[in-house]
Design a protein around this ligand. Structure first.
Ligand SMILES: *[C@@H]1O[C@H](CO)[C@@H](O)[C@H](O)[C@H]1NC(C)=O
Ligand SMILES: *[C@@H]1O[C@H](CO)[C@@H](O)[C@H](O)[C@H]1NC(C)=O
Ligand SMILES: *[C@@H]1O[C@H](CO)[C@@H](O)[C@H](O)[C@H]1NC(C)=O
Ligand SMILES: *[C@@H]1O[C@H](CO)[C@@H](O)[C@H](O)[C@H]1NC(C)=O
Ligand SMILES: *[C@@H]1O[C@H](CO)[C@@H](O)[C@H](O)[C@H]1NC(C)=O
Ligand SMILES: *[C@@H]1O[C@H](CO)[C@@H](O)[C@H](O)[C@H]1NC(C)=O
Ligand SMILES: *[C@@H]1O[C@H](CO)[C@@H](O)[C@H](O)[C@H]1NC(C)=O
Ligand SMILES: *[C@@H]1O[C@H](CO)[C@@H](O)[C@H](O)[C@H]1NC(C)=O
Ligand SMILES: *[C@@H]1O[C@H](CO)[C@@H](O)[C@H](O)[C@H]1NC(C)=O
Ligand SMILES: *[C@@H]1O[C@H](CO)[C@@H](O)[C@H](O)[C@H]1NC(C)=O
Ligand SMILES: *[C@@H]1O[C@H](CO)[C@@H](O)[C@H](O)[C@H]1NC(C)=O
Length: 389
Protein backbone atom coordinates (compact mmCIF):
# COMPACT_ATOMS: atom_id res chain seq x y z
CA UNK A 1 0.00 0.00 0.00
CA UNK A 2 1.28 3.35 -0.84
CA UNK A 3 0.05 5.40 2.03
CA UNK A 4 0.74 9.04 2.12
CA UNK A 5 -1.38 10.63 4.74
CA UNK A 6 -0.66 13.75 6.65
CA UNK A 7 -2.19 12.14 9.65
CA UNK A 8 0.69 9.78 9.87
CA UNK A 9 3.62 11.48 11.42
CA UNK A 10 4.99 8.00 11.76
CA UNK A 11 7.54 8.86 14.34
CA UNK A 12 8.08 5.32 15.24
CA UNK A 13 10.39 4.25 17.96
CA UNK A 14 11.40 0.70 18.33
CA UNK A 15 10.31 -1.24 21.30
CA UNK A 16 11.51 -4.55 22.42
CA UNK A 17 9.46 -7.29 21.01
CA UNK A 18 8.80 -10.33 23.00
CA UNK A 19 11.38 -12.48 21.37
CA UNK A 20 12.93 -12.33 24.77
CA UNK A 21 15.60 -14.81 25.25
CA UNK A 22 14.56 -18.02 26.20
CA UNK A 23 14.08 -20.96 24.01
CA UNK A 24 16.85 -20.63 21.48
CA UNK A 25 18.75 -23.80 21.18
CA UNK A 26 22.48 -23.41 20.88
CA UNK A 27 22.72 -20.42 18.61
CA UNK A 28 26.04 -18.70 18.15
CA UNK A 29 26.68 -16.11 20.85
CA UNK A 30 26.27 -13.01 18.70
CA UNK A 31 22.98 -14.32 17.44
CA UNK A 32 21.79 -14.83 20.97
CA UNK A 33 22.84 -11.34 22.00
CA UNK A 34 20.79 -9.83 19.26
CA UNK A 35 17.85 -12.00 19.96
CA UNK A 36 17.70 -11.55 23.68
CA UNK A 37 15.91 -8.29 23.32
CA UNK A 38 14.85 -7.68 19.82
CA UNK A 39 15.07 -3.99 19.17
CA UNK A 40 14.53 -3.32 15.56
CA UNK A 41 17.13 -0.58 15.42
CA UNK A 42 19.92 -2.62 16.88
CA UNK A 43 19.07 -5.83 15.13
CA UNK A 44 20.49 -5.63 11.67
CA UNK A 45 20.38 -8.66 9.44
CA UNK A 46 24.11 -8.47 8.77
CA UNK A 47 24.78 -9.04 12.44
CA UNK A 48 22.78 -12.20 12.48
CA UNK A 49 24.20 -15.63 12.26
CA UNK A 50 22.81 -16.88 9.00
CA UNK A 51 23.15 -20.56 9.76
CA UNK A 52 23.31 -21.53 6.15
CA UNK A 53 25.72 -23.67 4.31
CA UNK A 54 24.85 -24.24 0.71
CA UNK A 55 28.09 -25.87 -0.21
CA UNK A 56 28.09 -28.99 1.88
CA UNK A 57 25.85 -31.91 2.37
CA UNK A 58 24.26 -32.03 5.78
CA UNK A 59 26.44 -33.98 8.12
CA UNK A 60 25.74 -35.24 11.55
CA UNK A 61 29.29 -34.70 12.81
CA UNK A 62 30.28 -31.10 12.53
CA UNK A 63 34.07 -30.64 12.33
CA UNK A 64 33.94 -27.54 14.55
CA UNK A 65 31.84 -29.10 17.22
CA UNK A 66 34.80 -29.83 19.47
CA UNK A 67 35.22 -32.52 22.04
CA UNK A 68 31.70 -32.19 23.35
CA UNK A 69 30.51 -34.12 20.33
CA UNK A 70 28.22 -33.27 17.50
CA UNK A 71 26.24 -30.06 17.30
CA UNK A 72 23.42 -32.38 16.38
CA UNK A 73 23.52 -34.31 19.65
CA UNK A 74 20.44 -32.54 20.94
CA UNK A 75 18.56 -32.96 17.71
CA UNK A 76 15.29 -34.67 18.65
CA UNK A 77 15.07 -38.34 17.77
CA UNK A 78 12.38 -39.52 15.40
CA UNK A 79 12.39 -36.31 13.34
CA UNK A 80 11.25 -36.38 10.63
CA UNK A 81 8.70 -39.12 11.25
CA UNK A 82 8.13 -41.65 8.49
CA UNK A 83 5.76 -40.62 5.73
CA UNK A 84 2.27 -42.04 5.69
CA UNK A 85 -0.22 -42.43 2.87
CA UNK A 86 -1.65 -39.02 3.59
CA UNK A 87 1.27 -37.07 5.05
CA UNK A 88 4.86 -36.38 3.99
CA UNK A 89 7.43 -34.92 6.35
CA UNK A 90 10.35 -32.71 5.47
CA UNK A 91 12.89 -31.45 7.95
CA UNK A 92 14.76 -28.16 8.13
CA UNK A 93 17.62 -27.43 10.50
CA UNK A 94 19.89 -24.46 9.97
CA UNK A 95 22.86 -26.29 11.41
CA UNK A 96 22.48 -29.11 8.93
CA UNK A 97 21.23 -31.80 11.29
CA UNK A 98 18.57 -33.01 8.85
CA UNK A 99 17.79 -32.84 5.15
CA UNK A 100 17.43 -29.14 4.53
CA UNK A 101 19.15 -26.04 5.89
CA UNK A 102 16.70 -23.50 4.47
CA UNK A 103 12.93 -23.43 4.43
CA UNK A 104 12.85 -22.60 0.73
CA UNK A 105 14.81 -25.76 -0.11
CA UNK A 106 12.16 -27.81 1.65
CA UNK A 107 9.33 -25.96 -0.08
CA UNK A 108 11.01 -26.62 -3.41
CA UNK A 109 11.20 -30.33 -2.60
CA UNK A 110 7.42 -30.60 -2.13
CA UNK A 111 5.89 -31.98 -5.31
CA UNK A 112 3.53 -29.70 -7.24
CA UNK A 113 -0.18 -30.18 -6.54
CA UNK A 114 0.46 -32.75 -3.86
CA UNK A 115 -2.66 -34.47 -2.58
CA UNK A 116 -0.92 -35.18 0.67
CA UNK A 117 -0.32 -32.83 3.55
CA UNK A 118 3.37 -31.88 3.46
CA UNK A 119 4.62 -31.01 6.90
CA UNK A 120 7.85 -29.02 6.90
CA UNK A 121 9.28 -29.42 10.37
CA UNK A 122 11.52 -26.45 11.16
CA UNK A 123 13.94 -26.60 14.05
CA UNK A 124 14.45 -23.68 16.43
CA UNK A 125 16.52 -20.88 14.99
CA UNK A 126 16.51 -17.91 12.80
CA UNK A 127 16.13 -18.51 9.08
CA UNK A 128 17.32 -15.42 7.29
CA UNK A 129 15.82 -15.94 3.84
CA UNK A 130 12.95 -14.78 1.68
CA UNK A 131 10.52 -17.66 1.23
CA UNK A 132 7.87 -18.09 -1.43
CA UNK A 133 5.24 -20.83 -1.48
CA UNK A 134 4.01 -20.78 -5.08
CA UNK A 135 0.45 -21.47 -6.15
CA UNK A 136 1.49 -24.89 -7.42
CA UNK A 137 2.24 -26.13 -3.90
CA UNK A 138 -0.92 -26.37 -1.85
CA UNK A 139 -1.18 -28.35 1.38
CA UNK A 140 2.06 -27.26 3.03
CA UNK A 141 2.47 -26.92 6.81
CA UNK A 142 5.29 -24.95 8.44
CA UNK A 143 5.74 -26.49 11.88
CA UNK A 144 8.06 -24.45 14.11
CA UNK A 145 9.05 -25.08 17.72
CA UNK A 146 7.48 -21.92 19.17
CA UNK A 147 7.02 -18.40 17.92
CA UNK A 148 9.68 -17.19 20.32
CA UNK A 149 12.32 -19.60 19.06
CA UNK A 150 11.70 -20.24 15.36
CA UNK A 151 11.55 -17.41 12.85
CA UNK A 152 11.84 -16.69 9.17
CA UNK A 153 13.01 -13.16 8.46
CA UNK A 154 14.05 -10.96 5.59
CA UNK A 155 14.27 -7.22 5.08
CA UNK A 156 12.73 -6.21 1.78
CA UNK A 157 10.81 -2.95 1.60
CA UNK A 158 8.33 -1.54 -0.89
CA UNK A 159 11.29 0.21 -2.46
CA UNK A 160 13.63 -2.78 -2.68
CA UNK A 161 10.90 -5.19 -3.76
CA UNK A 162 9.23 -3.01 -6.35
CA UNK A 163 6.10 -2.52 -4.32
CA UNK A 164 4.71 -3.29 -0.87
CA UNK A 165 2.93 -6.36 -2.19
CA UNK A 166 6.22 -8.05 -3.02
CA UNK A 167 8.10 -7.06 0.11
CA UNK A 168 6.91 -10.01 2.21
CA UNK A 169 9.60 -12.04 3.96
CA UNK A 170 7.32 -15.02 3.45
CA UNK A 171 4.82 -14.98 0.60
CA UNK A 172 2.21 -17.70 0.29
CA UNK A 173 0.22 -17.98 -2.92
CA UNK A 174 -0.87 -21.59 -2.42
CA UNK A 175 -4.10 -22.78 -0.85
CA UNK A 176 -4.43 -24.85 2.30
CA UNK A 177 -1.33 -23.43 3.93
CA UNK A 178 -0.86 -24.00 7.66
CA UNK A 179 1.71 -22.48 10.01
CA UNK A 180 2.19 -23.44 13.63
CA UNK A 181 4.44 -22.03 16.33
CA UNK A 182 6.67 -19.98 14.09
CA UNK A 183 7.33 -16.28 13.53
CA UNK A 184 7.50 -14.26 10.37
CA UNK A 185 9.53 -11.07 10.52
CA UNK A 186 10.51 -8.17 8.39
CA UNK A 187 13.69 -6.62 9.77
CA UNK A 188 13.80 -3.56 7.53
CA UNK A 189 14.44 -0.35 9.47
CA UNK A 190 11.38 1.24 10.99
CA UNK A 191 10.31 4.02 8.63
CA UNK A 192 11.50 7.49 9.57
CA UNK A 193 8.95 10.32 9.34
CA UNK A 194 7.95 10.95 5.78
CA UNK A 195 9.92 8.01 4.46
CA UNK A 196 8.68 6.68 1.16
CA UNK A 197 8.79 3.11 0.06
CA UNK A 198 9.59 1.91 3.56
CA UNK A 199 6.59 -0.36 3.99
CA UNK A 200 7.84 -3.81 4.82
CA UNK A 201 5.63 -6.89 4.94
CA UNK A 202 6.51 -9.88 7.12
CA UNK A 203 3.90 -12.27 5.71
CA UNK A 204 1.73 -12.09 2.63
CA UNK A 205 -1.02 -14.68 2.66
CA UNK A 206 -2.82 -14.83 -0.67
CA UNK A 207 -4.00 -18.44 -0.80
CA UNK A 208 -7.45 -19.61 0.26
CA UNK A 209 -8.06 -21.66 3.40
CA UNK A 210 -4.98 -20.82 5.44
CA UNK A 211 -4.55 -21.26 9.14
CA UNK A 212 -2.02 -19.83 11.57
CA UNK A 213 -1.80 -21.13 15.10
CA UNK A 214 0.58 -19.79 17.70
CA UNK A 215 2.40 -17.66 15.15
CA UNK A 216 4.22 -14.34 15.45
CA UNK A 217 4.20 -11.53 12.91
CA UNK A 218 6.83 -8.84 13.44
CA UNK A 219 7.20 -5.64 11.50
CA UNK A 220 6.23 -1.98 11.57
CA UNK A 221 4.26 -0.54 8.66
CA UNK A 222 2.18 -3.17 6.82
CA UNK A 223 3.35 -6.19 8.83
CA UNK A 224 0.70 -8.68 7.81
CA UNK A 225 -0.64 -8.60 4.28
CA UNK A 226 -3.83 -10.56 4.83
CA UNK A 227 -4.45 -10.37 1.13
CA UNK A 228 -7.19 -12.68 -0.09
CA UNK A 229 -8.95 -15.93 0.68
CA UNK A 230 -10.37 -17.31 3.93
CA UNK A 231 -7.96 -17.35 6.84
CA UNK A 232 -7.90 -18.30 10.49
CA UNK A 233 -5.46 -16.87 13.03
CA UNK A 234 -5.51 -18.35 16.50
CA UNK A 235 -3.28 -17.50 19.47
CA UNK A 236 -1.09 -15.26 17.35
CA UNK A 237 1.11 -12.29 18.23
CA UNK A 238 0.96 -9.50 15.68
CA UNK A 239 3.15 -6.43 15.97
CA UNK A 240 3.11 -3.32 13.80
CA UNK A 241 2.49 0.37 13.57
CA UNK A 242 0.66 1.73 10.54
CA UNK A 243 -1.98 -0.50 8.93
CA UNK A 244 -0.34 -3.50 10.42
CA UNK A 245 -3.00 -5.87 9.18
CA UNK A 246 -4.14 -4.97 5.67
CA UNK A 247 -5.64 -6.54 2.57
CA UNK A 248 -8.96 -7.90 1.39
CA UNK A 249 -9.17 -11.35 2.92
CA UNK A 250 -12.03 -12.86 4.93
CA UNK A 251 -10.32 -13.65 8.21
CA UNK A 252 -11.08 -14.57 11.77
CA UNK A 253 -8.55 -13.65 14.44
CA UNK A 254 -9.15 -15.43 17.72
CA UNK A 255 -7.28 -15.01 21.02
CA UNK A 256 -4.62 -12.87 19.36
CA UNK A 257 -2.36 -10.16 20.78
CA UNK A 258 -2.17 -7.04 18.65
CA UNK A 259 0.78 -4.89 19.69
CA UNK A 260 1.37 -1.40 18.38
CA UNK A 261 4.97 -0.18 18.17
CA UNK A 262 3.95 3.31 17.09
CA UNK A 263 5.71 6.15 18.88
CA UNK A 264 4.30 6.86 22.33
CA UNK A 265 2.12 9.97 22.18
CA UNK A 266 2.39 12.28 25.21
CA UNK A 267 -0.80 12.84 27.18
CA UNK A 268 -2.73 15.79 25.85
CA UNK A 269 -1.50 15.39 22.30
CA UNK A 270 -4.05 14.22 19.81
CA UNK A 271 -2.04 13.17 16.81
CA UNK A 272 -2.69 9.72 15.41
CA UNK A 273 0.30 7.64 14.41
CA UNK A 274 -0.98 4.22 13.55
CA UNK A 275 -3.85 1.92 12.70
CA UNK A 276 -4.41 -1.73 13.45
CA UNK A 277 -6.22 -2.53 10.22
CA UNK A 278 -6.64 -1.24 6.70
CA UNK A 279 -9.18 -3.57 5.20
CA UNK A 280 -9.70 -3.26 1.47
CA UNK A 281 -13.19 -4.50 0.62
CA UNK A 282 -14.04 -2.97 -2.73
CA UNK A 283 -17.76 -3.60 -3.15
CA UNK A 284 -20.73 -4.76 -1.17
CA UNK A 285 -20.81 -7.98 -3.20
CA UNK A 286 -17.63 -9.14 -1.50
CA UNK A 287 -17.93 -11.26 1.59
CA UNK A 288 -14.55 -10.19 2.96
CA UNK A 289 -13.69 -8.63 6.28
CA UNK A 290 -11.59 -9.01 9.39
CA UNK A 291 -13.15 -10.24 12.61
CA UNK A 292 -11.27 -10.11 15.91
CA UNK A 293 -12.58 -12.25 18.72
CA UNK A 294 -11.32 -12.36 22.28
CA UNK A 295 -8.16 -10.49 21.33
CA UNK A 296 -6.14 -7.77 23.03
CA UNK A 297 -4.80 -4.50 21.67
CA UNK A 298 -1.92 -2.83 23.46
CA UNK A 299 1.49 -1.31 23.02
CA UNK A 300 2.34 2.30 22.24
CA UNK A 301 1.04 5.18 20.18
CA UNK A 302 -2.33 6.67 19.58
CA UNK A 303 -3.98 4.62 16.90
CA UNK A 304 -7.20 3.73 15.15
CA UNK A 305 -8.79 0.32 15.07
CA UNK A 306 -9.04 0.66 11.33
CA UNK A 307 -9.10 2.98 8.42
CA UNK A 308 -10.95 2.52 5.18
CA UNK A 309 -8.36 1.62 2.60
CA UNK A 310 -11.24 0.88 0.22
CA UNK A 311 -14.86 2.14 0.39
CA UNK A 312 -16.44 -1.09 1.71
CA UNK A 313 -13.81 -1.80 4.32
CA UNK A 314 -15.24 -4.24 6.89
CA UNK A 315 -13.82 -4.91 10.36
CA UNK A 316 -15.45 -6.18 13.55
CA UNK A 317 -14.03 -6.34 17.05
CA UNK A 318 -15.90 -8.54 19.52
CA UNK A 319 -15.14 -9.59 23.10
CA UNK A 320 -11.77 -7.89 22.82
CA UNK A 321 -9.81 -5.75 25.26
CA UNK A 322 -8.50 -2.39 24.12
CA UNK A 323 -5.93 -0.31 25.97
CA UNK A 324 -5.97 3.49 26.00
CA UNK A 325 -3.80 3.67 22.87
CA UNK A 326 -7.02 3.49 20.86
CA UNK A 327 -8.08 7.02 19.93
CA UNK A 328 -11.59 7.78 21.24
CA UNK A 329 -12.97 8.23 17.71
CA UNK A 330 -11.79 4.70 16.97
CA UNK A 331 -11.92 4.63 13.21
CA UNK A 332 -11.07 6.66 10.12
CA UNK A 333 -12.66 6.91 6.68
CA UNK A 334 -9.38 7.67 4.89
CA UNK A 335 -10.41 11.31 4.66
CA UNK A 336 -13.22 10.39 2.31
CA UNK A 337 -16.62 11.07 3.92
CA UNK A 338 -18.46 9.32 1.09
CA UNK A 339 -17.05 6.10 2.52
CA UNK A 340 -18.98 6.63 5.77
CA UNK A 341 -22.06 5.22 4.01
CA UNK A 342 -20.38 2.03 2.83
CA UNK A 343 -17.87 1.16 5.53
CA UNK A 344 -18.84 -1.62 7.93
CA UNK A 345 -17.09 -1.11 11.23
CA UNK A 346 -18.60 -2.93 14.17
CA UNK A 347 -17.85 -3.31 17.84
CA UNK A 348 -19.49 -5.82 20.13
CA UNK A 349 -18.93 -6.44 23.82
CA UNK A 350 -15.40 -5.10 23.96
CA UNK A 351 -13.82 -3.80 27.14
CA UNK A 352 -10.87 -1.83 28.43
CA UNK A 353 -10.06 1.89 28.43
CA UNK A 354 -9.94 2.07 24.63
CA UNK A 355 -13.31 0.41 24.11
CA UNK A 356 -15.57 3.26 25.14
CA UNK A 357 -17.88 3.75 22.18
CA UNK A 358 -19.34 7.08 23.31
CA UNK A 359 -16.83 9.22 21.41
CA UNK A 360 -16.67 7.02 18.34
CA UNK A 361 -17.13 8.22 14.77
CA UNK A 362 -20.86 8.28 13.90
CA UNK A 363 -20.64 5.52 11.31
CA UNK A 364 -19.41 2.84 13.70
CA UNK A 365 -21.97 0.16 14.45
CA UNK A 366 -22.57 -0.90 18.00
CA UNK A 367 -23.70 -4.35 17.05
CA UNK A 368 -26.57 -5.97 18.86
CA UNK A 369 -26.67 -9.71 19.44
CA UNK A 370 -28.44 -10.45 16.16
CA UNK A 371 -26.11 -8.32 14.11
CA UNK A 372 -23.01 -9.75 15.76
CA UNK A 373 -24.08 -13.37 15.40
CA UNK A 374 -22.62 -14.07 11.90
CA UNK A 375 -19.18 -12.93 13.01
CA UNK A 376 -18.74 -14.76 16.28
CA UNK A 377 -17.31 -18.09 15.24
CA UNK A 378 -15.47 -19.88 12.45
CA UNK A 379 -18.59 -20.13 10.31
CA UNK A 380 -17.65 -16.61 9.17
CA UNK A 381 -14.79 -18.23 7.22
CA UNK A 382 -16.67 -21.46 6.38
CA UNK A 383 -14.37 -23.14 8.87
CA UNK A 384 -16.34 -26.39 8.97
CA UNK A 385 -15.31 -27.00 5.35
CA UNK A 386 -11.58 -26.80 5.83
CA UNK A 387 -10.24 -26.02 9.30
CA UNK A 388 -8.08 -28.78 10.70
CA UNK A 389 -9.83 -28.96 14.05
C1 LIG B 1 15.52 -2.34 23.78
O1 LIG B 1 15.08 -3.41 24.57
C2 LIG B 1 15.40 -3.29 25.94
C3 LIG B 1 14.98 -4.55 26.63
O2 LIG B 1 13.60 -4.71 26.60
C4 LIG B 1 14.69 -2.07 26.51
O3 LIG B 1 15.01 -1.91 27.86
C5 LIG B 1 15.12 -0.85 25.73
O4 LIG B 1 14.39 0.25 26.18
C6 LIG B 1 14.87 -1.05 24.25
N1 LIG B 1 15.39 0.08 23.51
C7 LIG B 1 14.60 0.86 22.81
C8 LIG B 1 15.29 1.93 22.06
O5 LIG B 1 13.40 0.70 22.74
C1 LIG C 1 18.93 -5.98 4.13
O1 LIG C 1 20.02 -6.21 5.00
C2 LIG C 1 21.27 -6.35 4.32
C3 LIG C 1 22.31 -6.74 5.33
O2 LIG C 1 22.36 -5.79 6.36
C4 LIG C 1 21.61 -5.06 3.59
O3 LIG C 1 22.80 -5.22 2.87
C5 LIG C 1 20.48 -4.73 2.63
O4 LIG C 1 20.70 -3.49 2.03
C6 LIG C 1 19.14 -4.68 3.37
N1 LIG C 1 18.08 -4.52 2.41
C7 LIG C 1 17.24 -3.52 2.46
C8 LIG C 1 16.20 -3.46 1.42
O5 LIG C 1 17.30 -2.68 3.34
C1 LIG D 1 -1.32 -47.11 2.22
O1 LIG D 1 -1.28 -47.41 0.84
C2 LIG D 1 -0.90 -48.72 0.57
C3 LIG D 1 -0.71 -48.87 -0.93
O2 LIG D 1 -1.70 -48.19 -1.65
C4 LIG D 1 -1.95 -49.69 1.12
O3 LIG D 1 -1.58 -51.02 0.87
C5 LIG D 1 -2.04 -49.45 2.63
O4 LIG D 1 -3.10 -50.25 3.15
C6 LIG D 1 -2.31 -48.01 2.92
N1 LIG D 1 -2.21 -47.81 4.36
C7 LIG D 1 -3.12 -47.16 5.04
C8 LIG D 1 -2.86 -47.01 6.51
O5 LIG D 1 -4.12 -46.67 4.54
C1 LIG E 1 15.79 -37.03 4.10
O1 LIG E 1 16.80 -37.80 4.69
C2 LIG E 1 16.48 -39.16 4.85
C3 LIG E 1 17.63 -39.84 5.55
O2 LIG E 1 18.15 -39.06 6.54
C4 LIG E 1 16.21 -39.78 3.50
O3 LIG E 1 15.81 -41.12 3.68
C5 LIG E 1 15.12 -39.00 2.81
O4 LIG E 1 14.92 -39.49 1.50
C6 LIG E 1 15.47 -37.56 2.72
N1 LIG E 1 14.32 -36.84 2.18
C7 LIG E 1 14.45 -35.91 1.27
C8 LIG E 1 13.16 -35.28 0.80
O5 LIG E 1 15.50 -35.58 0.81
C1 LIG F 1 -4.55 -31.81 0.51
O1 LIG F 1 -4.34 -33.11 0.91
C2 LIG F 1 -5.52 -33.82 1.18
C3 LIG F 1 -5.11 -35.16 1.70
O2 LIG F 1 -4.42 -35.01 2.90
C4 LIG F 1 -6.33 -33.95 -0.08
O3 LIG F 1 -7.55 -34.58 0.20
C5 LIG F 1 -6.61 -32.59 -0.64
O4 LIG F 1 -7.21 -32.70 -1.89
C6 LIG F 1 -5.33 -31.79 -0.77
N1 LIG F 1 -5.67 -30.44 -1.08
C7 LIG F 1 -5.22 -29.85 -2.15
C8 LIG F 1 -5.65 -28.43 -2.37
O5 LIG F 1 -4.49 -30.40 -2.94
C1 LIG G 1 8.45 -3.18 -11.16
O1 LIG G 1 7.07 -2.89 -11.35
C2 LIG G 1 6.82 -2.20 -12.57
C3 LIG G 1 5.35 -1.82 -12.57
O2 LIG G 1 4.55 -2.84 -12.04
C4 LIG G 1 7.20 -3.12 -13.73
O3 LIG G 1 6.95 -2.45 -14.93
C5 LIG G 1 8.67 -3.47 -13.62
O4 LIG G 1 9.01 -4.40 -14.61
C6 LIG G 1 8.96 -4.08 -12.26
N1 LIG G 1 10.38 -4.28 -12.11
C7 LIG G 1 10.91 -5.39 -11.58
C8 LIG G 1 12.38 -5.40 -11.46
O5 LIG G 1 10.23 -6.32 -11.23
C1 LIG H 1 2.66 -24.80 19.95
O1 LIG H 1 3.24 -24.28 21.12
C2 LIG H 1 2.38 -24.36 22.25
C3 LIG H 1 3.01 -23.59 23.37
O2 LIG H 1 4.38 -23.63 23.33
C4 LIG H 1 2.15 -25.81 22.57
O3 LIG H 1 1.29 -25.93 23.68
C5 LIG H 1 1.51 -26.47 21.38
O4 LIG H 1 1.38 -27.84 21.61
C6 LIG H 1 2.32 -26.25 20.12
N1 LIG H 1 1.51 -26.72 19.01
C7 LIG H 1 2.03 -27.12 17.87
C8 LIG H 1 1.09 -27.65 16.87
O5 LIG H 1 3.21 -27.06 17.64
C1 LIG I 1 -9.48 -15.76 25.24
O1 LIG I 1 -8.08 -15.71 24.93
C2 LIG I 1 -7.24 -16.13 25.99
C3 LIG I 1 -5.82 -16.02 25.50
O2 LIG I 1 -5.55 -14.76 25.03
C4 LIG I 1 -7.54 -17.54 26.38
O3 LIG I 1 -6.75 -17.88 27.48
C5 LIG I 1 -9.01 -17.69 26.71
O4 LIG I 1 -9.30 -19.03 26.94
C6 LIG I 1 -9.86 -17.17 25.58
N1 LIG I 1 -11.24 -17.22 25.93
C7 LIG I 1 -12.15 -17.79 25.16
C8 LIG I 1 -13.55 -17.73 25.64
O5 LIG I 1 -11.84 -18.37 24.12
C1 LIG J 1 -23.17 -8.03 24.73
O1 LIG J 1 -23.52 -6.71 25.08
C2 LIG J 1 -24.90 -6.44 24.96
C3 LIG J 1 -25.12 -5.01 25.28
O2 LIG J 1 -24.25 -4.21 24.52
C4 LIG J 1 -25.67 -7.33 25.90
O3 LIG J 1 -27.05 -7.12 25.71
C5 LIG J 1 -25.35 -8.77 25.60
O4 LIG J 1 -25.94 -9.61 26.57
C6 LIG J 1 -23.87 -9.03 25.62
N1 LIG J 1 -23.66 -10.39 25.15
C7 LIG J 1 -22.81 -11.19 25.71
C8 LIG J 1 -22.76 -12.56 25.14
O5 LIG J 1 -22.11 -10.86 26.60
C1 LIG K 1 -30.56 -5.35 16.03
O1 LIG K 1 -30.40 -4.27 15.14
C2 LIG K 1 -31.15 -4.42 13.95
C3 LIG K 1 -30.74 -3.31 12.99
O2 LIG K 1 -30.79 -2.09 13.66
C4 LIG K 1 -32.62 -4.43 14.26
O3 LIG K 1 -33.36 -4.61 13.08
C5 LIG K 1 -32.91 -5.57 15.23
O4 LIG K 1 -34.24 -5.52 15.64
C6 LIG K 1 -32.00 -5.51 16.43
N1 LIG K 1 -32.16 -6.75 17.18
C7 LIG K 1 -32.18 -6.79 18.49
C8 LIG K 1 -32.31 -8.13 19.10
O5 LIG K 1 -32.08 -5.78 19.14
C1 LIG L 1 -21.55 -20.35 14.53
O1 LIG L 1 -22.39 -19.26 14.22
C2 LIG L 1 -23.43 -19.61 13.32
C3 LIG L 1 -24.15 -18.32 12.97
O2 LIG L 1 -23.35 -17.55 12.16
C4 LIG L 1 -24.34 -20.64 13.96
O3 LIG L 1 -25.34 -21.02 13.05
C5 LIG L 1 -23.52 -21.86 14.34
O4 LIG L 1 -24.29 -22.74 15.08
C6 LIG L 1 -22.32 -21.47 15.19
N1 LIG L 1 -21.47 -22.62 15.34
C7 LIG L 1 -20.91 -22.94 16.48
C8 LIG L 1 -20.02 -24.13 16.47
O5 LIG L 1 -21.09 -22.30 17.50
Amino acid sequence: MNLKSNNFLSLLVPIAAIFASLHLINPNPQFLTNFNYLNFTTLSPSSLYLGRDHHHRPHKKHPDSGSDGSICDDFPPGIPPPNTNTTSYLCVDRKGCCNFTTVQQAVNAVPDFSLKRNIIWINSGFYYEKVTVPKTKPNITFQGQSYTSTAIAWNDTAKSANGTFYSGSVQVFASNFIAKNISFMNLAPIPTPGAEGAQAVAMRISGDQAEFRGCGFFGAQDTLHDDKGRHYFKDCYIQGSIDFIFGNARSLYENCQLVSIANPVPPGQKNINGAVTAHGRVSMDENTGYVFLNSTIGGNGRIWLGRAWRPYSRVIFAFSIMSDIIAPEGWNDFNDPTRDQTIFYGEYNCSGPGANVNMRVPYVQRLNDTQAFPFLNTSFIDGDQWLET
